[in-house]
Design a protein around this ligand. Structure first.
Ligand code: HEM
Length: 286
């Protein structure tokens, strides 16, 4: 039988990454490639409560998404350093997709009744989200480097090289500020060469630099896109925090946290923090 003419020019279908020849121990390639069996092994509830299993699974999902966001932010930071702003914005926009998935995952936990949570809360002991090193990696990458937090998590700093590397590196916002200076913004040297292991503090000249971008969106379309892409990441981070706060209120009321904080009251103060603060305050000046 003659081959249909279209068949010769039709490219072979792209191979699914899960279709590779990565079989181990007789496991199907899908399982072997991304170690799905090991992934499922990780969820080991300590009580009979099915809610505990859900809690662990969703906590894993959130951790993985923290990392997926960091992957994009890290690439965005490199692109900003290289003045490739359009590429950076692509990464930032992808980061916000993962942030959206992270936000959606609260839907599952917020559906848990307080009595269902209490079925296993005791098992958590002193385990708390404050101990999530990946969350801290993300905060550091975005510039919230609280030296007290670092001191409090000294053990983690020794254990996790990624956390040490993030503390020492300029944050994505440091890179954005340096980029603004390369675009002609008048920013002092001590700001551009600041100690990047410390938290970024709002500066009126950075606010002024963003203001100039927002006053000239047609003349500086790329810088305007960067400002909005960064604002989106910061906005979604704050929405994550406030949703967490609401879930905590719904689940625990004003009970104290397993991590030793006052719970709701402490989380309320955390909620006031804003990443990339001058991008927020510049709105008032426009
Ligand atoms: C029923 C669900 C949850 C409750 C009741 C809850 C409760 C709390 C409380 C009371 C705190 C304050 C610190 C403490 O004393 O422990 C806290 C902090 C935190 N939680 Fe949760 N949490 C829940 C789910 C999650 C999940 C699934 C994650 C993500 C994996 C998470 C991540 C965090 C983080 C990162 C902090 C520290 C925030 C910061 O330092 O800015 N929480 N949580």
């Amino acid at each position: 039988m003659r081959e249909h003419p279209a068949a010769a020019s039709t490219p072979a279908p792209a191979r699914c990454p899960f279709g590779g020849d990565t079989e181990r121990d007789g496991a199907a390639p899908y399982v072997s490639y991304a170690r799905m069996d090991e992934l499922h092994e990780l969820a080991r509830p300590r009580t009979d409560s099915p809610r505990e299993l859900t809690f662990i699974l969703i906590s894993h999902v959130k951790e993985i998404l923290f990392r997926a966001i960091h992957v994009e932010l890290d690439q965005a930071r490199t692109a900003i350093r290289q003045d490739r702003i359009s590429v950076a914005c692509g990464h930032l926009e992808r980061a916000t997709r993962s942030q959206q998935a992270l936000l959606a995952s609260w839907e599952v936990l917020s559906a848990m009744a307080p009595d269902e949570f209490l079925e296993f809360r005791e098992i958590l002991g002193e385990a708390s989200g404050t101990q999530s090193f990946m969350y801290r990696v993300l905060e550091f990458a975005m510039g919230n480097k609280d030296p007290d937090t670092v001191r409090a998590w000294k053990a983690d700093m020794e254990r996790y090289p990624m956390l040490r590397a993030e503390l020492a590196a300029p944050s994505i916002y440091d890179e954005a500020i340096r980029y603004l200076a390369r675009q002609g913004a008048k920013l002092p040297a001590d700001l551009l060469e600041r100690d990047v292991t410390r938290r970024h503090e709002p500066h009126p000249l950075v606010e002024q630099a963003w203001l100039e971008v927002y006053r000239d969106p047609a003349g500086r379309p790329l810088d305007h896109r960067l400002a909005e892409a960064l604002s989106d990441v910061s906005f979604r981070f704050s929405v994550w925090r406030s949703t967490h706060l609401l879930v905590v209120e719904r689940m625990l009321g004003s009970k104290s946290g397993t991590g030793g904080t006052t719970g709701l009251a402490w989380l309320r103060t955390i909620n006031e923090h804003r990443f990339f603060p001058e991008l927020w305050s510049t709105r008032t000046l426009l």
